[in-house]
Write a protein that binds this ligand. Sequence first.
Ligand code: PCA
Length: 201
Amino acid sequence: MKKVLLTGFEPFGAKKYNPSYEAVLGVGDIDGIEIKKLCLPVTWDGAPEKLTREIDEFDPDAVIMCGLASGQREISVERVGVNVCGAIKDNAGNYPSEDGAPCERYISPDGADAYFSTFDHRKMLDAMKMEDIPASYSFSAGTYICNLVLYTALEKDRRDGRGRKMGFIHVPDAKEFEPGSASAISLKTAIRALEIAIVNC
Ligand code: PCA
């Protein structure tokens, strides 16, 4: 049976909810696929640590990571993870730097500048569009924790030589949690997008 690790994030910043993990929780059983769900902390140390531990323990064939991109109107199928931790405070109040200064650092000092996601992007996006889900490619997952876990997972897989399907999906705000938002989509749409991603990654 194909094994898929599906991750979302805890709330961060001023938000009370993170639709990424709410969408992960909403994904139902899919025939022939074992899905393991995981909620990652929005911290520079905690997120990559929890993710890589789970990849080693569960040994999935695919890893689909999901996060919130507030203000965005579409589901974004991310294509690239870059070797940068931005100068942004995490949920523990820490910047990524060693000395706590508000500056950037590399994710992996000796690593590649960037890694491409290994999803079958075309198939995934076409399948979402077939169901009229607002979705597009994105070539920047930012420089915060979402980019960090994407880069970390891809670099790990390169080292492991396992050839897993791995990538990241950013979801907009959910109408259910942000009724006043003009860019929000329904949680149901985000859940469906993830189900499509699982079957078509
Ligand atoms: N979005 C943030 C981190 C957690 C999340 O859901 C990001 O885009 O990096």
